[in-house]
Ligand binder design. Structure first.
Ligand code: AHR
Length: 497
């Protein structure tokens, strides 16, 4: 084993930007055990009187979840929100081909978000739904007058919910989506929907289902861009097979760790070329290294729903997921001028950060990455230059990537520094020489590292802390020029007070 060397030069007086905390958001879809048996489990002894899992709420609070997108995903493209308020009407869910009981609807989602302390982000049905349906939903949530506000009051909620974030649609460009649209159809629908939603509540921030593709964006932004605040894009970089097999090779997975940044850059260029950079921001409102196992989704074969249980196998999620997640969040920080929101997909169960079982929860490695970023990085991103060796992952077709990723964050009110360091290498440690901070001695320095005992390490019911954050107190002789060790396959935050 060798130890490679990197150099990180910090320009502490040059602030690249200020992060929007909403990049640490999450997503929940009516899919398998995300809602029922996930966040909502009225039969569980771990649930509160409304049926919400208390342990899940506490876990989401600990990572200061700022925003939760709901109810889909593909589910929303045939969802009738009116069946999920007041008297509940169970129905057939045409996305995932199961019965949807509708017992968790808008009122429950709002109550759940309030418990967590997160802002609700509602994704509207722009598949089979109409501008009227979507704007009725805004009425239900945000108005004092009219038929839908009266229904909310009749359901026990006098005060409007005040939902600020709404998305028009989900992946409506894709053939797999119910009510998929051409770019021209999409532009008209978005314009009419935005018009009606803004007439109900001019303060809503609207996102539009989009993709890093110029043609798709040209039409919709030229027609409706003036009414929008966000373009929504999605990404999953490793697919599960229909049989529920998840990719396991660490090198092949981590070789894709900088691909999300490319997607952000492409989307930024599109916004720039259309004159919208700075006026619209990117909501990367579904993202995960892992795609979900939803067998026969696009070919209409009969679904064996039991295969979806394989999403919940905790050994699928290891240090590759953690390293990828950290690189994704670093990319959002680096491009904080353009990315204002991101929603890890999903929060709970499937390929998410938290796994629920009858007696508790398991925090997967990705959960701890959120802990590092939300609790130990800071609001400003400082300019820096990283010289890191190139690493060739040992996987067929993998391109060489830099071995280390780094972002410097700064709290302008206290002067505290949080340096995120990600060593992507499967086997080799790396040392990083950090230069440029104001010289000074002996200030407290804490290094929190998530590395796990191996690349395949994972957490599970019988080993909940196999992958956990380890904290070291460091003594740094001179903050202006010092060297830090980063173990193989690790995510660290170095805090200098
Ligand atoms: O695999 C999850 C699904 O992927 C979501 O429902 C959808 O939005 C995306 O295509």
């Amino acid at each position: 084993m060798t130890t490679a060397r990197a150099v990180l030069d910090i320009l502490p007086d040059h602030v690249d930007g200020r992060r929007d905390f909403r990049i640490f958001g999450h997503f929940l879809e009516h899919f398998h055990r995300q809602i029922y048996g996930g966040v909502y489990d009225p039969g569980s002894h771990l649930a509160d009187e409304r049926g919400f899992r208390r342990d899940v709420i506490e876990a989401l609070q600990r990572i200061r979840t700022p925003v939760i997108r709901w109810p889909g995903g593909c589910f929303v493209s045939a969802y009738d929100w009116k069946k999920g308020v007041g008297e509940r009407v169970p129905c057939y869910d045409k996305a995932w081909r199961v019965e949807e009981p509708n017992s968790f609807g808008t009122d429950e989602f709002i109550a759940f978000c309030r418990e967590v302390g997160a802002e609700p982000f509602i994704c509207g049905n722009a598949g089979t739904g109409t501008p009227e349906d979507m704007s009725d939903w805004v009425e239900y949530c945000n108005l004092d007058i009219g038929e839908w506000a009266a229904l909310r009051r009749a359901n026990g909620h006098d005060a409007p919910f005040g939902v600020r974030h709404w998305s028009i649609g989900n992946e409506n460009y894709g053939a797999w989506e119910m009510g998929a649209k051409s770019a021209g159809e999409w532009a008209r629908l978005v314009l009419e929907s935005a018009k009606m939603m803004k007439r109900v509540d001019p303060d809503v921030e609207l996102a539009v289902a989009s993709i890093a593709d110029l043609d798709w964006n040209v039409r919709v932004l030229r027609e409706a861009g003036h009414l929008l605040a966000w373009v929504s894009i999605h990404g999953y970089w490793s697919s599960a097979s229909d049989e529920g097999e998840f990719e396991r090779g660490y090198d092949a997975l981590v070789a894709r760790a900088f691909e999300p940044e490319q997607r952000i850059i492409t989307t930024k260029h599109i916004l720039g070329s259309l004159g919208y950079l700075g006026r619209l921001r990117i909501a990367f409102d579904e993202w995960n290294l892992r795609g979900w196992c939803h067998p026969r989704f696009t070919d209409f074969g009969h679904v064996d729903h039991s295969l979806m249980d394989r999403n919940d196998i905790n050994s699928n999620y290891n240090m590759a997921d953690a390293v990828f997640t950290a690189c994704f969040l670093n990319a959002c920080l680096r491009h904080c001028d353009a990315v204002g929101m991101a929603n890890f997909s999903p929060a709970v169960n499937t390929v998410g950060a938290i796994f629920t079982h009858a007696e508790g929860i398991v925090l997967r490695p990705t959960y701890h990455v959120f802990d590092l970023f939300t609790n130990h990085s800071h609001a400003e991103v400082l300019h820096s230059a990283l010289s890191a060796p190139v690493w060739q992952p040992q996987a067929e077709g993998a391109t060489a990537i830099r071995q280390l990723d780094a972002v410097i964050t700064h709290d302008p009110s206290t002067g505290a520094i949080g340096i995120v360091l990600v060593n992507l290498h499967a086997t080799d440690a790396i040392t990083c020489r950090i230069r440029g901070l104001a010289p000074g001695d002996g200030a407290p320095a804490l290094m929190r590292t998530l590395a796990g005992p191996s690349v395949d390490a994972f957490n599970d019911i019988d080993r909940p802390e196999a992958v956990a954050i380890e904290t070291r107190q460091l003594s740094i002789a001179d903050r202006g020029d010092f060297i830090i060790d980063c173990p193989a396959h690790s995510v660290s935050v170095l805090n200098l007070e």
